[in-house]
Design a binder for this molecule. Structure first.
Ligand code: TYC
Length: 103
């Protein structure tokens, strides 16, 4: 939009800030030697809404490579999902680790 104003640079800057998409974060699952595969699949289905097939693919990717992406979310949603995974892992006494990084 063109603004007929003597200070149009700051108007454009304010609009850019207001319409900028939010920073996004990738939620990552880490491999370990102890968490049962079935538990990881169930967590991925429950927390990330994945199908059993999709969850199995992500779990195997983590198992084989050490790391895998559970999806990309805004900071608040990514924070919540990381916390949900860690709570479930703790509640079942599994060492499953989950973290997030800027996407
Ligand atoms: N490596 C685990 C096993 O062999 C399975 C596993 C997969 C653990 C993914 C964590 O994020 C993980 N039981």
């Amino acid at each position: 939009m063109i603004h007929d104003t003597p200070d149009h640079d700051s108007v454009i800057e304010i609009e850019r800030q207001a319409t900028k998409p939010p920073p996004m974060y990738r939620v990552l699952l880490l491999n370990d030697d102890y968490t049962p595969m079935d538990f990881v699949v169930a967590v991925l289905q429950h927390v990330f809404g994945m199908s059993r097939e999709q969850a199995t693919q992500v779990m195997l990717q983590v198992h084989r490579t050490g790391l895998g992406s559970c999806g990309v979310f805004t900071r608040e949603i990514a924070d919540t999902k990381v916390a949900q995974v860690l709570e479930l892992a703790q509640a079942h006494q599994h060492p499953l680790q989950c973290t997030m990084e800027p996407a």
